[in-house]
Each structure stands twice: as C-alpha cells, then as structure tokens.
Design a protein around this ligand. Structure first.
Ligand code: SAH
Ligand code: SF4
Length: 344
C-alpha cells in the first residue's frame, strides 16, 4: 500500500524519504508544497528531481478530503461539509471576526460521548479522523481565501479531540511546524469535554495550545444529566486537571458554559461557578444553547444570559457571551452533516 504523506509530521516524512535513499531535507521540501501551496501532485513539485518524483508516485500518495457542500451565512461565516475517502461526512466552519480568520475543525466522525444538547452526540461514534484528515480541512479552506491567512484554529467541530489524542498531537505538530501550516500554538484552541489524564498529557506535551473545557454545569448531578462522561470524571477531577494545565502551560483555561433555560442558568449556578473556578487562572465563555432538532431544551432569554454574566463579573471572573456564528446555516456542532446524511 502507498504511504499517504498528508498529515505526517516532519520527523515522519524525513524518515520516509531517508528510507528511499534521500536526504532528510527532501521531506521538508515536500511539506512546503503540501502545506504552503496546497499542492498534492508530485509532478508539480519542480524542485524535486524527476527520478525522485517517479519513485514517489510509485510508493507514496497525497490523499485528502473532498468538498461536498459549502454554505455561506449572512454573517460572513462559511460552513463546509467534506467527504472522506470512505464516504463519511465531516464539517468545518470558516469564521471572520475583526482581523481574525478562524477555522473550526472536526476531530472525529460523530462522537461517542452523547451530550444531551449536542447534534454530534446524537450521531454516535463512527471513527477517529487521521491527522491528514484533520489538517486537510485547513488546506482546503485556505484555497477559498486567496491572499488571506488562517490566523486561528478551534477544535470545536464534530468529535472529542482528546479521544483522538495521538492524531490530534500529530496534526498539531504539522499545523505548528514552520514547514507545515505555521500557525502558532497560542492561536489554537482545543475544546474538550474534559478527559483529565489527556488534559495533563497535553500540558506535558509542551505545545502551549489554549484549552477550552466544556463545563456546562456546576453540580455533578446536572452535569451528569447533560454530559454522561461526568459519571466517570466528575467536576472535581476535571477542575484539578484544568488547574494542572493552566499551571504547566502558563495559559489561562477557558470554561465553556452552554446556557440552557431552567437547567443551568440560575443565579445560584452563576455564583457556584464563580466559586468552583476562582483559584484557576481562567475565564468563562457563555454560549446560549443553540436548539437542535428532537431535543426538548431551550435557550434562556438574553436577560437571563446577561444576569448570569453579571454575577460572574461581580465575582471578578472574566466572562464573555458567544452567540455561535452562522446559526442561520446550522454552524453549531454536527448539524450540517446530520442534514446531509438524512438527504442521502
Ligand atoms: N467535544 C468537544 C468539542 C466539540 S463541541 C467539546 O465538547 O468541547 C464544541 C462546543 O460546542 C462545546 O463547548 C459544546 O458544549 C458546545 N455545544 C454543543 N452543542 C451545542 C448546542 N446545541 N448549542 C450550543 N453549544 C453547543
Ligand atoms: Fe461530543 Fe463535544 Fe458534542 Fe459532547 S459536546 S457529544 S463531547 S462533540
């Protein structure tokens, strides 16, 4: 079988070209074509000799994902559905915000964690993405914005990135490499439901990416109801890992909190939240729940959202409100691919 060079780290691609009797720098040249120029065709790689190109064509390939659908939203964000080589669909979103150009990435097809409020959770788990499928979302979207750079990345699309840890880390190596996509770790935000040992491992990896933890509740009872994984890793365990990450990476952690009417949006919840995280260098991102089909939950009024924020601010917690971009095109997690699947 041919070796797919897409998604290999610098070390891996260098090892591969050395196995073909070449010098390691040939690997870095190939990386520059793939990630710098989006070139997947060996014949276009003109600084590589013809015999080596012929050899590469025999033993290697550069195979990625394919655009299935692109939907623009009035707010300027663009939602992409990509088809994988096995026919599965994943989605990514391109968001323009002031001077930032952010791509929201998927890490898995579906997700095994089944959070009550999440469209991806309803799909169930299909499979992990390869590191190539993760990075190719950026390469393909870059082609749509000639002359512009992708400045920021968030892992907030489909899937739980820390349950696809090895491929996430390999993708991060390619993304942050000067021969890869050259996006700095501080511009990358990994959003997780919170798997404590993986949070610690990611901190130990030394990347210094930013971490967002989907907390979403202030008691174990409510959190377990919304997010079944909490039965296995309760809030205390999660906060201890969050604290470790903040100390080790010297970065503030973001706690994401999806506000759901009558479930986790009370003033008591807000003060409990302030108490829970007061000793962790962190901020809170409040996300009013984005309704999904077939789930009997609703979004609180703007007043309730602002009241929640006020309590946090009064307790000296930095708290912002994020209205998910592109709601008009179902930009929230998992919703577009769900629609595409139904149509097939
Ligand atoms: N699995 C990771 C990343 C993907 S979900 C995680 O759970 O963090 C990205 C974010 O979208 C999470 O903070 C999640 O709580 C939020 N989210 C999921 N469904 C949502 C919905 N219907 N409305 C608002 N936010 C939602
Ligand atoms: Fe999975 Fe995140 Fe959705 Fe929960 S919120 S089901 S962890 S993708």
């Amino acid at each position: 079988m041919k070796e797919n060079l897409l998604g290999l780290t610098r070390e891996e691609i260098e090892r591969f070209v050395v196995s073909l009797g070449q010098k390691p720098f040939r690997g870095r040249q190939i990386m520059k074509w793939i990630y710098g120029k989006g070139v997947f065709d060996f014949d276009v790689m003109t600084d590589i000799s013809v015999p080596l190109r012929d050899n590469l064509k025999e033993v290697a390939c550069i195979e990625g994902i394919e655009l299935a659908e692109r939907v623009s939203s009035p707010d300027g964000s663009v939602k992409y559905a990509f088809r994988l080589s096995d026919g599965n669909i994943i989605e990514s979103v391109l968001i323009f915000d002031a001077s930032r150009v952010t791509v929201c990435l998927s890490s898995q097809v579906g997700c095994p964690l089944g959070c009550l409020f999440c469209a991806t959770g309803k799909v169930g788990f299909v499979r992990n993405l390869t590191s190539g499928e993760i990075v190719d979302q950026i390469i393909q979207i870059k082609k749509d914005i000639p002359g512009k750079r992708v400045t920021n990345l968030v892992f907030m699309g489909m899937g739980e990135p820390l349950l696809n840890y090895d491929n996430l880390v390999r993708a991060l190596r390619v993304i942050t490499s000067e021969f890869g996509l050259s996006i700095g770790a501080r511009h990358i935000n990994v959003s997780t439901v919170g798997i404590p040992d993986r949070i610690r491992a990611l901190a130990d990896e030394g990347f210094r990416v930013k971490l967002a933890i989907s907390l979403n509740a202030t008691t174990n009872e409510t959190r377990s109801r919304l997010m079944p994984i909490n039965e296995k890793h309760p809030i205390e365990e999660l906060l201890s890992a969050a604290s470790y990450f903040a100390r080790k990476s010297k970065r503030w952690v973001t706690f994401e909190y999806v506000l759901i009417r009558g479930i986790n949006d009370s003033v008591e919840d807000a003060s409990r939240l302030a108490g829970l995280i007061e000793d962790i260098p962190s901020k809170v991102n409040l996300i009013p729940y984005n309704p999904i089909e077939g789930v009997d939950l609703s979004r609180p009024s703007l007043e309730v959202v602002e009241r929640f924020q006020r309590v946090l601010l009064d307790n000296h917690i930095t708290a912002t409100i994020r209205f998910s971009k592109g709601t008009a095109i179902s930009a929230a997690c998992g919703q577009l691919s769900g629609r595409l699947k139904k149509r097939n």
